[in-house]
Design a binder for this molecule. Structure first.
Ligand code: SF4
Length: 94
């Protein structure tokens, strides 16, 4: 059995990005008060990044695991919903 690394495994997934209604958004004024930012190391897809000191996320590539909403210590900082029907991730293996 072939064992793949995480990058290779993620490359098997397909995404249909909903450009009209992003399923994750950040309330930057709340997020700015968070000192630990656990979403950065917790997101398995590495979607949370600090850019010029401000958190940004591109929901394309989201695995819909919900980890970020669980680890976020600042209520209301992350607005998270499942993508609309037909959008989001399609797992091709597993
Ligand atoms: Fe990352 Fe999972 Fe949150 Fe999507 S739901 S942004 S993959 S932690």
């Amino acid at each position: 059995m072939t064992r793949y690394g995480i990058e290779k495994l993620l490359s098997f997934n397909k995404y249909l990005v909903d450009d009209e209604e992003k399923h994750i958004s950040i309330k930057k004024e709340i997020c700015a008060g968070c000192r630990t930012k656990p979403c950065i190391p917790a997101c398995p897809a590495g979607l949370y990044v600090l850019k010029d000191g401000e958190m940004v996320i591109d929901p394309a590539g989201c695995l819909e695991c919900g980890t970020c909403r669980v680890v976020c210590p600042c209520p209301g900082a992350i607005d998270w919903n499942y993508p609309r029907g037909g959008f989001g991730i399609s797992y091709r293996y597993g």
